[in-house]
Structure formats: C-alpha cells, structure tokens
Design a protein. Structure first.
Length: 94
C-alpha cells in the first residue's frame, strides 16, 4: 500500500483539509493508501517512508531531492485541483 504524507506548517489545519479532499479522491478512484499528517519541522529524509508528499508549505530541499513532492495549495484554492489529482494518481499507480 502506498503512503502519502500531508504536510503543512503545524500538521493540523491545512493538512486536515488536504486529508479530506484526498480521501474523497482516493475513494472515488478505488485507490487504497495510508495518509499521515505531519508538520514541516518533522521532515527529515532519514525518517520519511512516504511514496509521495503533498505539502502546503515549503519542504526542505534535501527532502525534495529524494522524494516526490506535490504542492497541495490547489486543493485549498480549487484552482488547478484536477492537475494535482492527476499527478497524485500517477504516482500512486507507479
């Protein structure tokens, strides 16, 4: 099963909004995945087990170099949401 990290500044507010939208998307597509919420301060490359990170904040460069990171901001604004879901689906089906 694929693992998705949902990352925001505090690991509470916007990552919860991402979780709701992504859970709905995954259910519609019949895709199973584990979702975990984190604050950006917890993003250390040696502790990450995610297949993909969806973030609403800047991710440390050393994490971006090693892991697939998708901007979650379109899921908050609604602008560009479809592209985020397409990219997420592609990663999850690899």
């Amino acid at each position: 099963m694929k693992i998705i990290y949902l990352v925001c500044a505090t690991g509470i507010a916007t990552s919860t909004m991402l979780r709701v939208k992504i859970e709905d998307f995954l259910e519609q597509k019949g895709i199973e995945a584990e979702l975990h919420q984190y604050r950006v301060a917890e993003m250390f490359p040696d502790r990450i087990t995610a297949d993909v990170i969806v973030a609403t904040t800047q991710i440390p460069p050393e994490v971006e170099e090693q892991f697939k990171v998708i901007s979650g901001l379109p899921l908050l604004t609604g602008i560009g949401e479809d592209q985020v879901f397409e990219e997420l689906e592609k990663v999850l089906k690899e």
